[in-house]
Design a protein around this ligand. Structure first.
Ligand code: AMP
Ligand code: GLY
Length: 420
């Protein structure tokens, strides 16, 4: 089979790495890809936000299966376009991707499905929003309705912070994404991510993970896209995971199907767990990044079979086979991230790192320049390892980190602390 993966991050490198291990994969193309991906797959330049461009490329290259990595092409309707063109595609329709692209839509679906989540109100103007905040008090959470590259959520510990967030959002800081604002009850507890394949009808859990959103050790400093992750997430016990399926995932997926917009693809449920009860924080319509890296390391080649069964509506015929193992990934980022950082700094020491089914360095933001690997983004490398225990996975990952020579980069030294 010829397979096309859309995206350019560590998530897509991990997807490519797992897919490549499956003997069903003959030719693998990633668009646009990055320098790490280029060592295991062909990279192509396509406008991945254009269904027409992707469909044209797929036809020219006899592509059999398309895997959409990031949310932007999904929200732009690329999966719909490809499916209408007769292609087999892993990824939800534009309408189903609203579960990530619109927070107020997700709230509406949760209400209809009676799924446990934070109490909320929606606003399109500042004054009523501020009056609501004053009435509710802090802590309180202010969210831009639309996609804001992970920056549209303010967890306000004081009333003033929440009021300032309202001014920023209606002042246009998040563009169209902030034209509507959702204000939510602050939920206390421990967060975990649950990944579930959905083929419109059947749901199949494929793993749990936890990430570290803050930039600094001890979960301090500003929020990032994620500084590391591990799987499984011990807080999501079998009993709590089952509750999350029964009370949140299955009812919301039923509601999507009932509305004539069934969900197909991976559903990423961000959960808050307190006293054994999961509540929904948010849905994403894609794999998490860097959570995908640890999931792919644990799933390996079967990831392709699972994604194909999902795309073809055959999830009831397949199972995910888990080894009793753990995986952990450490994100290496450019100094200064998530603020301003230098681009083009040279990374040495990568060529001697292990590349096995249980130790691999996925690239998130790299390019090749004059024979060297240079950093091109904020999050740059995902150093990933597997072990019989989380401690073993972590020791292996940090042993690899210590071989990387990149003075302009940094990482957190405490990934996995909560679980250890
Ligand atoms: P989201 O983009 O909705 O995942 O929000 C980003 C992060 O903000 C989440 O991962 C949580 O850490 C936090 N957050 C979002 N909503 C709430 C809430 N209602 N209560 C507490 N924390 C929240
Ligand atoms: N790591 C969080 C996300 O992918 O949204």
């Amino acid at each position: 089979m010829n397979i096309l993966i859309l995206g350019s991050g560590g998530r897509e490198h991990a997807l490519a790495w797992a897919v490549k291990q499956n003997p069903k994969c003959d030719r693998l193309i990633v668009a646009p890809g990055n320098a790490g991906i280029a060592t295991i797959a062909e990279c192509a330049t396509i406008d991945i936000l254009s269904g027409e461009a992707v469909a044209g490329f797929a036809a020219e290259n006899a592509i059999d299966f398309v895997i959409v990595g990031p949310e932007a092409p999904l929200a732009a309707g690329v999966a719909d376009y490809l499916r209408n063109a007769g292609l087999s595609v892993f990824g939800p329709s534009k309408e189903a991707a609203r579960l990530e692209a619109s927070k107020s839509f997700t709230k509406e679906i949760c209400d209809a499905a009676r799924a446990p989540t934070a109490a909320y109100a929606r606003f399109t103007t500042a004054e009523p929003a501020k009056a609501y905040i004053r009435a509710q008090g802090a802590p309180i959470v202010v969210k831009a309705d639309g996609l804001a590259a992970g920056k549209g959520v303010i967890v306000a510990m004081t009333e003033q912070e929440a009021l300032d967030a309202i001014d920023d959002m209606f002042g246009g800081e998040f563009g169209e994404a902030g034209a509507e604002v959702v204000i939510e009850e602050f939920m206390d507890g421990e967060e975990a991510s649950y990944f579930i394949l959905v083929d419109g009808e059947t749901v199949l859990p494929i793993g749990t993970a936890q990430d570290h959103k803050r930039v600094g050790d001890g979960d301090t400093g500003p929020n990032t896209g994620g500084m590391g992750a591990y799987s499984p997430a011990p807080v999501l016990t079998d009993a709590i995971a089952q509750k999350a399926l029964d009370e949140i995932v299955v009812p919301t997926m039923r509601e999507m199907a009932r509305r004539g917009t069934p969900y197909q693809g991976v559903l990423y449920a961000g959960l808050m767990i307190k006293d054994g009860q999961p509540r929904l924080v948010e849905y994403n319509c894609r794999f998490g990044d860097p959570e995908c890296q640890v999931l792919m390391m644990r799933l390996g080649a079967q990831a392709l079979d699972l994604m194909m069964a999902c795309a073809q509506g055959h999830l009831s015929d397949i199972q995910a086979n888990w080894a009793d193992d753990h995986a952990l990934t450490v994100v290496m980022a450019s100094n200064g991230y998530p603020g301003a950082y230098a681009k083009g700094t040279v990374i040495n020491g990568l060529t001697t790192l292990p590349e096995t089914s249980s130790a691999y360095t996925f690239h998130a933001g790299t390019a090749e320049k004059d024979g060297a690997i240079v950093a091109t983004g904020g999050r740059v490398l995902n150093v990933t390892a597997r072990g019989a225990t989380l401690q073993e996975a972590r020791d292996r990952a940090y042993a690899m980190v210590d071989q990387i020579d990149w003075p302009e980069g940094f990482c957190r030294r405490d990934i996995g602390w909560r679980a250890l």
